[in-house]
Design a protein around this ligand. Structure first.
Ligand code: ATP
Length: 931
C-alpha cells in the first residue's frame, strides 16, 4: 500500500482500494487503462492482483527484479506477480502453513505465464542445495511437457492450456523446494478429434511430426506433413508462424530425459500419439447391409502394431457395438456415422487417459522422498469463466468450477474481512448474497436423449431462481432460449447452455473399445484401461461426476490453505500489445467479480494498517504536525467506532489518506536528510569507536611491549650489577668465573681510562693509580710508557743539543755541589755560538776567543797572542769538544768589542811582523812573509 501511495499521482492508483469512485466500473476501467498505457500491467485490489496481459516483453521479469521483491513487505513495492509469490512464500516460512495462489482469467489472459513466472521466482530466489537442483529442474521442465500434451493453439491464444492445472510446490522446513505434485482437470478431449477453423490440435502431434527424425516417424508409420492427418488439418492452420514446433520438440525431448522417462515409456507414448493420428485417418464406407466397413486397413494395421492389439478385434470395436441384455450379448454393426463417433470416442479416451498417465508419471518424478517435507504452495491455473455463442458441457463444467471457486473466494475473503472488522470493532454490512447455482442433479447421469435430459433438469431444479428453460421462462424471455437450451444465472452473468450432443451423461467408451484397449501390449494403455473397468463398467462414474468429484477434492485441498489471488485480464482479442478494448475488459471485470471484490474491500475502509506500521511510516516531525491534526479529526469522526482491542488504523476516505501521504512526501527530503545524517553519524560514531578501541588496544600493546622491554633491561642490569658486585668481592682471587667478567671489565676500564692519563713527557711522573689486580701490569705499562717517552725524547734531541747536554754532564761532574749557582745554570742552555775560536790563515800567533755578548755589561771577545797557537787552539777545541768551532779566516775577522760594538782585525803579510791599531781603532796584524 505504501508503494502504491508513492506512485499514485504518476499513473492512476496502484491499488483500486484507493479509488475515490470505487463503485464506478468506468473509474475502474479508466485506472486500468491509464496504467496499461504506461505498461503497468499489475494493480492490486487489496491483496488481490489484477494482471492485464501486455502481449509484449516488458523486461519486468529479470533476476534483479526478483531480488528486488525478495523478502520485501508486500506493499512497499509496486504491484507485481513476484510480490504475491514472495508474500505467500514468506508467510509460509514464518507461519509454517500451506498456501495457494489462485490464478484465473479467460483464455489468453496470461494465467499460464503468471504461474510460470511464479515458478521461476521460487526457482531463483528460494534457498537451494545442489542435490535439490534436480527437483527444481524437474518442476520447471514438467511445464513444457505438460504444455506439449495439454496446450493447443486456439483462436484466443496460441498456447492455450486446454486443461485445468493445480500444482503443489513442496518446501522443506528451511523453505527449500523439494518436490511437487500436479493435478490436472478436464482436459479438452474433443480437440483431439475436432478443431475449429483457425485452431490446432494439441501441440505434441505437430511437434512429433516436425521434430521427430525420419527413423522415428517411419517406425510410427507417420509422414512429416500434418496436412495428411485429418485430426490435424481441420482447423486449416497446421503450420503457424508464431509456433516453432521443431524447437519445441527439442525442449520437450530434453525435458523427458530430465523427468525420468525411460526409452520404453517414450516408445509407448509416441506409439499412442501416432495411433491417434492413424485413428483419425480411418475412413468408413457403408456395406450392403448399411453397416460401416473400412475399405483400407492400412491405418488399422499400424494402430494394431503400435498399440499391440489384434487388428480384427480393433476393427470390430470400431464398427460394432455390443448390446448387453439380461442374459445374452449381441454384437451389432454400427452405421458409418456411429462408427465415426466410435472412432473419435476411442481417440479421445486414449488421448485423455494418456494425458492423465503422463501427469502421474511426472508426479512420480517430482515426488519428494524426504518425509520431512513441511509446507506447500499450490498454483491453481484454471480456465476462467467461459461464455461463447454456443455453450456445451465443457463450458458448463468450467463455469461450474468457476462458480465454486468464486464461492470459495467470497467465503474466504469476505469472512476474513468481516472477521477483521469485528476484531477491530467496526460494523460492516456487506450485503453479499452467495448464489449457489449448482445442485448435483445437473450433472447426474440421466436418460440418453437431449430433450429428456432437459426435462429432467426442469423437474429437479426448475424452481431455482437462477435456472431457466424455454418452458419455464415467461413470455418475455422465451424467445431468447432454444428448445434444447437452459440458462443459468452465474455470479458473472447469464449463460445459455445447449444440451445438444455434447452432454456425456453416459460413458462414451463401449465394451468393445475397452476390450481392445485393456488387452493392449502397450504398457501405458494397460495402465490407463484396467480390466477391472470392463467388469465394473456399469458402475463407472460419468465424466461429469468425475469432474464434480475432482472439483470437490480440489476445493478440499484449497480450503485447508491460505489463498492469494491473481485475476488475469485479456486486453484485446487480436493479441496485440498496447490495445485496450474497453468492452472486452468490462466484460472480464464483471465475470471475474472484480467490482464485487473491490466493493467488499471498500465496504468498510479503504486503508487499514496496523498502528505501528502506519506510525512507522508517517511519524516524522513535519508529518507529525499534520498527523496530529489528522488524528484529531479522525478521532472526533470515528470516536464512536473505538473499541477496546483496536490494533489497526482504518481510513475510510482515500483523500484523507492521500493528504497524509502528501505531507509525508513533502517532508520526505528532510526525512531523507535526517535519516542520512543519523545514519552517517551512526556510521562515524561506530567508526570512531572502532578506531578508539583499536588505538587503546594498540597503546596497551605498545606500553606492554615497552614495559616488557624495560623489565628485561632492568633484569639484565640487575644481573650485571650482581655479577659486578660479585666480581668486586672476588676481585683479588685468581681468575675464576665469579670474577672473570669483573676483572675483564676493570682491566678494560682501566686501560680505557689510562688512555687519557698517560704522561705526556719524560718529566711527567704522574700515573693513573691502578686497581690492586692490575698493579703489576700497570707498572710494566708505566715503564714501557716511560721508555717510550724517553726514546721519543731522545730521538727528538738534535746533535747540537746532545752535545750541549754532554757538556752539561761534564759541567755537572765538575761543578755540582761544588760551586754556587750551578743549579741555576742548569736551565740555561749552553749556546753553541757562545764560544768560538778564530785564527787567521797567516802565520801570526793571534787567536780570538768569541764569547757571546748577551750581557751588555760584559766585555766582548778575547784577543790572545801566543807562541804555540796551534797547540793552544787544538787543546781548546778538544777541551770544548768543539773542533768545528775553530774558524780559520782569511783577510780579516770580526770580533765583538762589546754588545753592539764590533771590531775588525785585518791580517796581512809584510816584510816584518807588526801589530798596530789605526785611527779608526782597526787592528792590523802583519805577519812576516814566509820563506
Ligand atoms: N506477463 C506477460 N508478459 C508478456 N506476455 C504475456 C504475459 N502474459 C501472457 N502473455 C502472452 O499472452 C499469451 C497467452 O498467455 P497464457 O498462455 O498465459 O494465457 P492463459 O490465460 O494461460 O490462456 P489459456 O487459458 O488459454 O491457457 C502468452 O503466450 C504470451 O505471449
Amino acid at each position: 500500500m505504501e508503494g502504491t501511495l508513492t506512485a499514485r499521482d504518476k499513473v492512476g492508483v496502484q491499488d483500486f482500494v484507493l479509488l475515490d469512485a470505487y463503485t464506478s466500473e468506468s473509474a475502474f476501467v479508466d485506472n486500468l487503462r491509464k496504467r496499461f498505457s504506461e505498461n503497468l500491467i499489475y494493480t492490486y485490489i487489496g491483496t488481490l492482483l489484477v494482471s492485464v496481459n501486455p502481449y509484449q516483453e516488458l523486461g519486468i521479469y529479470t533476476v534483479s527484479q526478483m531480488e528486488l521483491y525478495q523478502g520485501v513487505n508486500f506493499f512497499e513495492l509496486p504491484p507485481h506477480v513476484y510480490a504475491i509469490a514472495d508474500n505467500a512464500y514468506r508467510m509460509m516460512c514464518s507461519e509454517l502453513n500451506n498456501h495457494f495462489i489462485f490464478i484465473s482469467g479467460e483464455s489468453g489472459a496470461g494465467k499460464t505465464e503468471a504461474s510460470k513466472k511464479i515458478l521461476q521466482y521460487f526457482a531463483v530466489t528460494c534457498p537451494m542445495t545442489e542435490s535439490l537442483q534436480i527437483a527444481r529442474d524437474r518442476l520447471l521442465l514438467s511445464n513444457p511437457v505438460l504444455e506439449a500434451f495439454g496446450n493447443a493453439k486456439t483462436l484466443r491464444n496460441d498456447n492455450s492450456s486446454r486443461f485445468g492445472k493445480y500444482m503443489d510446490i513442496q518446501f522443506d522446513f528451511q523453505g527449500v523446494p523439494v518436490g511437487g505434485h500436479i493435478i490436472s482437470y478436464l482436459i479438452e478431449k474433443s480437440r483431439v478429434v475436432y478443431q475449429n477453423h483457425g485452431e490446432r490440435n494439441f501441440h505434441i502431434f505437430y511437434q512429433l511430426l516436425a521434430g521427430g527424425d525420419a527413423e522415428r516417424l517411419s517406425s510410427l508409420g507417420l509422414e512429416q506433413d500434418p496436412q495428411l492427418y485429418k485430426y490435424l488439418s481441420q482447423g486449416h492452420c497446421a503450420k503457424e508462424s508464431s509456433i516453432n514446433d521443431k524447437n519445441d520438440w527439442k525442449t520437450v525431448s530434453n525435458a523427458f530425459s530430465v523427468i525420468d522417462f525411460t526409452r520404453a515409456d517414450l516408445e509407448n507414448l509416441f506409439g499412442i500419439i501416432a495411433s491417434v493420428l492413424h485413428l483419425g485417418n480411418i475412413c468408413f464406407t457403408e456395406d450392403k447391409q448399411g453397416g460401416a466397413t473400412v475399405p483400407d486397413t492400412h491405418e488399422i494395421k499400424w494402430i494394431a502394431k503400435l498399440l499391440g492389439v489384434c487388428p480384427s478385434v480393433l476393427l470390430e470395436a470400431l464398427t460394432h457395438r455390443k448390446i448387453e441384455a439380461k442374459t445374452e450379448e449381441v454384437i451389432c454393426p454400427l452405421t458409418v456415422e456411429l462408427s465415426v463417433y466410435s472412432r473419435d470416442a476411442m481417440a479421445k479416451a486414449v488421448y485423455g487417459r494418456t494425458f492423465t498417465w503422463l501427469v502421474s508419471k511426472i508426479n512420480s518424478s517430482l515426488v519428494n522422498k524426504d518425509i520431512t517435507q513441511k509446507t506447500v504452495i499450490g498454483l491453481l491455473d484454471i480456465y476462467g469463466f467461459e461464455v461463447f455463442d454456443k455453450n456445451g458441457f465443457e463450458q458448463f463444467c468450467i463455469n461450474y468450477c468457476n462458480e465454486k471457486l468464486q464461492q470459495l473466494l467470497i467465503e474466504r475473503t469476505l469472512k476474513a474481512e468481516q472477521a477483521e472488522y469485528e476484531v477491530e470493532g467496526i460494523e460492516v454490512n456487506i450485503g453479499i448474497t452467495l448464489r449457489v447455482m449448482f445442485s448435483k442433479e445437473c450433472i447426474r447421469p440421466g436418460p440418453a436423449t437431449d430433450l429428456s435430459f432437459l426435462e429432467k433438469l426442469e423437474e429437479k431444479v426448475g424452481r431455482h431462481a437462477h435456472f431457466q428453460t424455454r418452458k419455464l421462462a415467461g413470455a418475455k424471455g422465451r424467445k431468447r432460449i432454444g428448445w434444447l437450451e437452459f440458462r443459468l444465472l452465474h455470479y458473472a452473468g447469464e449463460v445459455t447452455y445447449c444440451t445438444k450432443g455434447e452432454w456425456p451423461v453416459t460413458p462414451i467408451l463401449t465394451v468393445l473399445h475397452l476390450q481392445v484397449l485393456c488387452r493392449s501390449k502397450n504398457s501405458i494403455l494397460r495402465e490407463c484401461f484396467l480390466v477391472a473397468e470392463l467388469e465394473n463398467r456399469r458402475r463407472q462414474p460419468t465424466v461429469g461426476t468425475q469432474f464434480k468429484n475432482s472439483l470437490s477434492s480440489l476445493l478440499e485441498i484449497l480450503i485447508s490453505k491460505e489463498p492469494s489471488y491473481i485475476r488475469c485480464i485479456k486486453p484485446n482479442e487480436s493479441k496485440e500489445p498496447s490495445k485496450f478494448d474497453d468492452f472486452l475488459i468490462r466484460h472480464q471485470i464483471k465475470y471475474l467479480g472484480l467490482m464485487e471484490h473491490l466493493r467488499v474491500r471498500r465496504a468498510g475502509f479503504a486503508y487499514r494498517r496496523k498502528y505501528e506500521h502506519f506510525l512507522q511510516r508517517h511519524l516524522s516531525s513535519p508529518t507529525l504536525i499534520f498527523f496530529n491534526i489528522f488524528i484529531y479529526l479522525f478521532a472526533s469522526r470515528e470516536r464512536e467506532r473505538q473499541r477496546e482491542n483496536e490494533t489497526k488504523i482504518f481510513i475510510r476516505f482515500p483523500r484523507t489518506l492521500f493528504a497524509t501521504e502528501d505531507a509525508f512526501e513533502f517532508s520526505k527530503h528532510q526525512l531523507v536528510a535526517r535519516i542520512q545524517a543519523t545514519y552517517k553519524g551512526c556510521l562515524a560514531r561506530r567508526e570512531y569507536m572502532r578506531k578508539r578501541q583499536a588505538a587503546t588496544k594498540l597503546e596497551a600493546h605498545w606500553r606492554g611491549a615497552l614495559a616488557r622491554k624495560e623489565i628485561k633491561r632492568r633484569r639484565w642490569a640487575v644481573q650485571i650489577i650482581r655479577r659486578f658486585i660479585k666480581g668486586f668481592i672476588n676481585r683479588d682471587k685468581p681468575l675464576c668465573p665469579d670474577n672473570e667478567e669483573f676483572v675483564v671489565f676493570v682491566r678494560k676500564n682501566y686501560i680505557l681510562n689510562l688512555r687519557y692519563h698517560v704522561p705526556k713527557n719524560v718529566l711527567d711522573k704522574s700515573w693513573l693509580r691502578p686497581p690492586g689486580i692490575l698493579e703489576n701490569a700497570s707498572d710494566l705499562l708505566r715503564k714501557m710508557c716511560v721508555r717510550n717517552l724517553v726514546r721519543k725524547y731522545c730521538r727528538g734531541v738534535s746533535a747540537e743539543r746532545k752535545a750541549m747536554m754532554q757538556q752539561k754532564v761534564v759541567t755537572s761532574d765538575i761543578f755540582r755541589g761544588k760551586k754556587d749557582g750551578y743549579a741555576e745554570s742548569l736551565n740555561q742552555p749552553f749556546a753553541h755560538s757562545r764560544l768560538g775560536v778564530s785564527t787567521s790563515s797567516l802565520s801570526d800567533g793571534f787567536l780570538v776567543i768569541h764569547v757571546s755578548p748577551e750581557d751588555k755589561q760584559q766585555k766582548g771577545d778575547i784577543i790572545l797572542q801566543c807562541e804555540h797557537i796551534f797547540e793552544v787552539v787544538t787543546k781548546l777545541a778538544m777541551l770544548a769538544k768543539k773542533e768545528c768551532m775553530v774558524n780559520v779566516v782569511q783577510g780579516s775577522l770580526q770580533f765583538y768589542v762589546s754588545p753592539g760594538k764590533e771590531g775588525t782585525i785585518v791580517f796581512d803579510t809584510g816584510p816584518e811582523e807588526q801589530v798596530y791599531k789605526d785611527k779608526n781603532g782597526q787592528l792590523t796584524v802583519v805577519s812576516g812573509r814566509g820563506a
